[in-house]
Design a protein around this ligand. Sequence first.
Ligand code: DX5
Ligand code: ZN
Length: 213
Amino acid sequence: MLIAPSMLSSDFAKLGEETARMDRSGADWIHLDVMDAHFVPNLTFGAPVIGAIRGYTKLPFDVHLMISDPLRYVGDFLKAGADVISFHLEADSSIPDTIRAIRDGGAKPALAIKPKTPVEAVYPYLDQVDMVLVMTVEPGFGGQSFMEPMMEKVRALKSRGVYVEVDGGINLETAPVAKAAGVDVCVAGTSVFGAPDAAAAIRALREGNGVIL
Ligand code: DX5
Ligand code: ZN
């Protein structure tokens, strides 16, 4: 299971250094939460900030777009150095056009679904995307509690051979639950940045066995 620390929980005053620290601590991907204060009730950062920290690591940039019109901005995120771009099925852009724009730009397209969206909604696009991001909290904020019923979606997707990422509330207690459901990539914000030793936290989350050392 890969671990993608969410920079949302990092010290924004040192975003570049924090990205490099996650690299040194054994992160697999760097997760970047883009919010537009419209699709979700919070505002974070956009492509210029992502471009500014791109040089601090060679790890894949996993960009999670929580914005209403992802298609309009895909080009900016591609230029900023995104490797995986997840956008929400519940957003307003044409889904096939957005997937194509991401792939044509050389990145891997992924579809994200909110907790209330049934997993069947992504089925028509499974042959077009490289990953499905199953939200295990309502998107918008870090530090919320993991929704275990979402593991049913994960199991349904894994039975169809889909690469699955989960995002929200991943910690030492919930990572084993995700791992048992077959999750491929876990996003973790609070549990990595709140830990005294990020490397130990990442190792323990990846093992998914609830043991910290
Ligand atoms: C929530 C974001 C998550 C968030 C996860 O909208 O998509 O990536 O940062 O944070 P934790 O791990 O604290 O739930
Ligand atoms: Zn996210």
